[in-house]
Ligand binder design. Sequence first.
Ligand code: USQ
Length: 441
Amino acid sequence: MLFGPSLESSGCLLNGFGASFDGPSMKVLVTGVDGYSGWPLALHLLARGHEVVGVDSFVTRRRVREVGSWSATPIPSFPNRQKAVREVLGKELGFHRGDLGDYAFVHELLAREKPDAIVHLAEQRSAPYSMIDVHHAVATQVENLRGTLHLLYAIRDTCPKAHLVKMGTMGEYGTPNTDIPEGFFEMEFHGRKDVVPFPRQAGSWYHWSKVFDSGDVMFASKIWGVAATDVMQGVLYGIRTPEITDRRLLTRFDFDETWGTALNRFITQAVLGLPITPYGKGEQRRGFIALEDSMQSLRLAVEHPAEPGQYRVFNQFDAAYSVNELAEITARVATEFGLAPVIEHPPDPRVEAEQHYYNPVHEHLLALGYHRTRQLEDVVREIFHDLVHFRRRLEAKRHVVMPTVQWRSVDSRPALEARAPPSPSASPVGRDEPASEGPPA
Ligand code: USQ
């Protein structure tokens, strides 16, 4: 493994945020650095003493606008984000604006930066977005696979020792009526045994793109010796990490039906006085992990790299909850904020089991020293606290919260476009104006 110059030895000292890494400092390329988890990951790795270079095309900003929404937290332009990192953390965050769909860009990026590790988060991440119509399905699969393949080829040709940490999803496995191992299991068939990838049964075009991606990374590892960690992450929730000590360092927080994840949406619904919406029976169980603990997990993967030619899989979540349980916790905490939420069960717009067995194994990260630091209810309280502050930004977009994208029926594009516009009185005013939410000029 190649290591970049130590930031501490070059005089770039930690600023009191988190413990520094006692191994050699690494140079980490974070693709999707402008996103919900890319941004706090960059902050976390910088605080640990690593050198971080980010890359992003700002496509998430554009696509959230496409569905008529925005982040609850106002997001500064990227140059202003870098400036805030400099002023608050005393660190330099490198950055390249570009699209992983452009192979010349990816090749030049990796040839120039020669990172020790690449954390690949730059993918279309929304299942509902991928289910809108044929164009969104194709864009999701083409872009996600193309970006990963471009990275794999560029790693082979420019930095073959780099460790690729690729963001996958627990949703690749679906909800089989057996325990779910971490990537591989021993299969016996007609009297013969082998260790093989556990079957994937994804539940959206988006989740299938992740399955195909995993196959590509596993294959590149086999033929070229790429060191790879494939992270099967559960559903994220949360708004803060320890490095987010200043308003300018906030990460984005999506809450609309297309981009928001379940718990983040439930809390938004409670703040807005909308019904909390566990779909169908609400007994769908998923693995969940707080944003802060996801950062810890990704950092552990970076600091304990896979071996050349090794393809390893981490099931990255803390605990499984049903969406009913999340709704109940949300409703309980909401009352502490003087809210009176109601829970409703709209018909499930997705095609998924609404009651099922769910017991995935998650041991690999624990073996690397992972420990849960955030309890669900504390994070729920923290999100409420922040969202009450950003309430006007939520109010302005209340019409994009309830579900319209349907998995089983006709294209959902007309339903999305027919959503009522916000009433004039709900328009945002004052300090939460979203003027800075666009890409930099
Ligand atoms: N759900 C509700 N009500 C809602 C929203 C969601 O009951 O208002 C349910 C869904 O039907 C689903 C569960 O909550 O059963 C999770 O849905 P989600 O929207 O929070 O998460 P999902 O679409 O699965 O995707 C999210 C991220 C994706 C990541 C995935 C991890 O958007 O990037 O890969 O979580 S996992 O779910 O483990 O596959």
